[in-house]
Design a protein around this ligand. Sequence first.
Ligand code: ZN
Length: 245
Amino acid sequence: MATESELREAICEVGRRLWVRSQVAANDGNISVRMEDGSILCTPTMVSKGFMACEELVKLTPDGRLIGPGRPSSEALLHLACFCARSDINAVVHAHPPYATAFAALGRPVPTRYLTEIAVALWEVPCAEYATPGTMEVPESALPMLATADAFLLRNHGVVTVGRDLWEAYYRMETVEQGAKVATVIAQLGGAPAFDEEQLRDLAAIRRDSGLGVRPDDYNPGGCIERTVQGWGKTASHDNGGNGQ
Ligand SMILES: [Zn+2]
């Protein structure tokens, strides 16, 4: 298991990669990791993910109370609810990669039936209902997605990916954006045939054999919204502004 200081460095590195790859602009996006003791490290509000210092990261209890200094983004609500609802995940990445975010603006899932990589890795990238940023509407809209998906769109907003560790969550973000980009080019070229049933069966078998897919036992969203609201209300210095979303 990685140490806290290794995880802090990894979060900063993922932030740099998101920024270098234009998956976030200005102070957009958030990254969080659940540590072995259950506490959560997350990115602070109002900081570009391309220029974070490891000591700036904020530490929270599982229900969202602040441990130590810093100001978490109001979008930490989303991350806390994801950790609560899915026992198998230890990292959440939220970004605004342009192609996938365009699908989010249209309320359309990212197509996953043209490329083997995205089909095997994610199977589906659904789109959640619209929610006002920084409010409990965001986790409320997101939690149903986690029943079956490890990556999903926030309507008119961006992308969320989760993983057993930070790198898995981050690579899923790359996969979503790559899939959205290729699907856009396919549409520009006049379309392509999707996988047939036999191909889908074979791809599903690869996923099963690779241990991918959400296991029903890992998804327990009951009480997660209430728990997050309660803990968050006791954190005095968080940010409710519109930045760092
Ligand atoms: Zn956002």
